[in-house]
Write a protein that binds this ligand. Sequence first.
Ligand SMILES: [Zn+2]
Length: 624
Amino acid sequence: MHLLPIVALGTLMLPLAAQANDPNSYAQPDQVQVTHLDLDLKIDFAQRQLDGQATLKLDWKNAQAQSLVLDTRDLKIAKVEALGANGKATTLTYALAPRDPQLGSKLTIATPHRPRQVRIVYSTSPEASGLQWLTPAQTADHRAPFMFSQSESIHARSWVPLQDSPAVRFTYAAHVSAPKDIRVVMSALNDARHPLNGDFRFAQPHPIPSYLLAISAGDLAAQETGPRSAVYAEPSVVAKAAHEFEDTEKLIATAEQLYGPYAWGRYDILVLPPSFPFGGMENPNMTFATPTVLVGDKSLVSLVSHELAHSWSGNLVTAAAWRDIWLNEGFTTYVQGRITEAVYGKALADEEALLSARALQKKIGTMEPNTQKLAPDPRGIGADDALSDVAYDKGSWFLRTLELRFGRDAFDNYLKGYFAHFAFQSITTEQMLAYLKPHLLEKYPGKMSWDEVTAWVYGEGIPGDAPLPDSPRFNTIDQERTDFLASKLAADKLDAKSWNTQEWMYFLDRLPDVAPLDKLQQLDAAWQLTGTPNAEIGMRWYTHAIAAGDKAAWTAAAEHMHRIGRLYLTTPLYKAFAKTPEGLAYAEQVYAKAKAGYHPMTQKAVEAIFAKAKNPAPAPTPTK
Ligand SMILES: [Zn+2]
């Protein structure tokens, strides 16, 4: 995934029984493992539900096992059957446990004869945490309803009963029926020329973890961007998206040069409506992307580099549990930087690395000590919370440090070997370290000590000698910001005409948290930041304007919040408003109107901000 909720959704206390394997799953892969999933689903827009059956092929690890335990959340189970070798179905008894607020309902199926296949007939709930249903009015073209899934981290269980742990990998095939004129796409091989006849079939021949299961359906057009890539979007968006993503083939070829062949066949991108809660999601063969990166100048195309990089780090080599998610996101953010550097130049890659490092430096000291670690104590962290800035930005910073210490050639060879060695496996931090030691540390002695490595991986904060790239353009911006704040440089004399998105982000990121109102007004008069169509700039600008008490920006801020459901770009505005009673009341009004268009994850995050503002928790123990 790319760019994450800034809001922590709360610390999770897990039921003891769930702690045996992956603490965020009830599954017992040491007893039995799902190896293949056959889905047969009908998309029912009127009822906002998926209806059908999931057939699981099973590999029994324990010859005495008596049950199959699956993860579910808010599913209506109609029937569970065992399928014999002759295809004959036998009804199985099952028990659905009461719903745990974090983990959902444990489904225990009695399987005394350990069948090769089990079929579950079920339907989803309109409130499924992993699905969003949009009315025609909530789409760009207002012509047809739209639906999409977001399974990471533990939301696949809300639309398919399965072993919802990244440790379990399976292949899948699907038959999906939909209304005529609707196109269905999945995280599998898709055909841009498929007729819109309401009858779609998909196959994912590579074993994937459940969080990469994905589906979307709506009024979708497709446009090729290269020999093995296309963009899918609503008809009014597709040409703009194809232009923004026209370098896709160049990005794939660059990544292949660095890390070996692209293993998945096609690489397509689906541009979702603005309510998509994330920047992008690396669903295999079909990246799901936010429309907020369509800014016209390709300045935010790093998102594609990021999701594409996951084809190696994440989709090929996967974290075995959410606690190890930095193996996906930290490695991917590093690889993203390398692709950006090769295609768009070192200056841009350095700017992006500096932006993320500076933001992390500012934030990490305010985080709970356990969440400051790349590999946190798993019992203290929830599955969604694990996807934090630490996983992305501290993780990639560690890898950039390794590259500097060992040299680019040695580190590139190492990483290529690592991806090949663990391809199509799910691994823990400890397995990664066990490979790192002989293949990098001991192979090139004296470059980095084991203690330094473990300080990065298991320590809090950021090591004092963590290297930062140098960006002459950012240095100039630092000087201009200082002069502007000291009234030595007028707002309209800033050299901002030539600033790209990242340079605006950097200028705004390092303004004081509560900047003087007159300074912000001067900036706005000179550069018309209020009303900007660029959501990265807008998020930063409105957050400052709200903090400084600039009520003139409120209406435009509300429009931004209403339009954009991407957590990272919208929740900071809610947080800024929630700091004063008047702002909080205003934000609640905005939310009342925006809520229907928000994804369940965004709703949950905004409601958590309101709850915290009204009932602040006691101050945490200060951390070092
Ligand atoms: Zn990612």
